[in-house]
Design a protein around this ligand. Sequence first.
Ligand SMILES: *[C@@H]1O[C@H](CO)[C@@H](O)[C@H](O)[C@H]1NC(C)=O
Ligand SMILES: *[C@@H]1O[C@H](CO)[C@@H](O)[C@H](O)[C@H]1NC(C)=O
Ligand SMILES: *[C@@H]1O[C@H](CO)[C@@H](O)[C@H](O)[C@H]1NC(C)=O
Ligand SMILES: *[C@@H]1O[C@H](CO)[C@@H](O)[C@H](O)[C@H]1NC(C)=O
Ligand SMILES: [Zn+2]
Length: 490
Amino acid sequence: MRFAAVSALAIPALVSAHGIRDAHHARQAPAANAVSGSSASTSAAAASSTQAGASAAPSAPATGTATAVAASGPAGASTLTFTLASTNPSAIPLTEIIANAPSQATVAATTTFAGGTVPTFLPSAPALPDISKLVPSNYPTLDVVPPTDSPEVQQWIKDVAASGVDIPNFAPTTADGSCAANAAAAADSTRCWWTCGGCKADDDIEECPDKMTWGLTYDDGPALYTGDLLHYLDSVNLKATFFVVGSRAISYPALLQNEYMAQHQIAVHTWSHHPMTTLTNEQIIAEFGWSKKIIKDVLGVTPTYWRPPYGDVDNRVRAIAKAMGLQTSIWTRISPTATFDTGDFDINGGTITSEQVLNNWQSIIGNATVIDHGFIVLEHDLFQQTVDIATGYILPDALAHQPPFDIKPMVQCLNKPLSDAYIETNDNKTNPIGSANATGSATGSSAEASGGSNSSGAASGSNSAMGIASPGSMAAIALAVVSGAIALFL
Ligand SMILES: *[C@@H]1O[C@H](CO)[C@@H](O)[C@H](O)[C@H]1NC(C)=O
Ligand SMILES: *[C@@H]1O[C@H](CO)[C@@H](O)[C@H](O)[C@H]1NC(C)=O
Ligand SMILES: *[C@@H]1O[C@H](CO)[C@@H](O)[C@H](O)[C@H]1NC(C)=O
Ligand SMILES: *[C@@H]1O[C@H](CO)[C@@H](O)[C@H](O)[C@H]1NC(C)=O
Ligand SMILES: [Zn+2]
């Protein structure tokens, strides 16, 4: 019942908030002067649909305030400014990767794993839980910031206080967490607010160390079309990192198990996909705690990496993440206002065209080829459009690129083994993230210890987990959930 109840949250407020976030930072659109690279057919759409009426997954805007490399020009007329090196022969034509596109058939989870199945690809990984035993009513309401008075959250609050990590005493940002609405916070360098000005903590993950290496990531799933993406990745032997929204994990546990068992990296993308700087310490703890818990309950392992929705992170949020064993991971930024964001999220909302997304992609790989390190790009597995553009165009183009990219999950692009991606399998000696000793302070701007290896925070604890008055209305930034699709897939 509670799942059906979340289906009517407002999309317009969300789109509005997203627009505000993008408005000041969108990159100018490249000049349009070249030809379409697509010769695709519609064959992928021909399979029988089992999801009639289940339109889209929840809307979850993901481009951060200061983060859009992507152009946000008007939807509509737009051509490719380059020729793709390759496309998928069964790609959906670009003219059909548009807002309000009819729902395509989806590929469901391909394998059903019995509870007790032991992953063999991770040394000493726990057995898979039996997901048929999951009880959704034991988890918070989908797409809403979880309450902080539950026994679980109260325990996590105590754990954070006991971690020794010093939580900076900044008030939450207000409204939608935009820079414009929070000028003083944006100007406060001690906050080190990534979205507003691009401040990076020393241990933030923004890039991969090795040139031409792409830490491939997808956010906001698992969702209806994640299976299509998994199928394609498997067909070309690619592994990726999935930043998982807790509310989606409980909706699609079988897909999440398929991601994990295919040796993709699973990481945290919060429970409800709110801008984290707008939340109180206790709410942030609830978001992380429930996300970690549902992923562990589905996979048997707990992620050690997380990505902030919208890239919205400051030193307060970073510190709470660290105290909960989560390493902050964002995506590549090449200037104060330009990041490696394809803009794919916004095709569904109609504020960017597929051609513009591909032009952004071309700009990203142009820059990726000249920078002296590897890179991480913001993309999503939430919508059919984002999956269509990835599987039909971006990934085939990337695979055909010369010189070749080395494409792998984020943790492996950092030259760490996949086992370091989870608390239970992490080598706590060489990778202290997520270990009991990972207690470095995240205070100060970008001058703090990297990795938290020996830095045993100030342990003042005075600010830890102190509730701070909640800022603006949650409703104004609430995630939209379309139709009853979520309830159908429990
Ligand atoms: C790099 O990115 C900038 C800003 O988005 C863009 O103007 C430029 O064309 C890109 N460079 C290449 C070589 O694509
Ligand atoms: C690393 O530490 C965590 C607890 O912090 C523990 O659960 C895990 O088993 C340890 N990993 C190894 C490989 O010992
Ligand atoms: C943390 O590290 C210290 C030394 O740096 C060590 O003595 C202690 O046993 C470690 N604690 C845990 C729980 O690993
Ligand atoms: C961490 O502590 C150990 C022993 O306490 C020391 O050998 C090592 O150099 C320290 N590492 C860093 C990065 O400070
Ligand atoms: Zn997101």
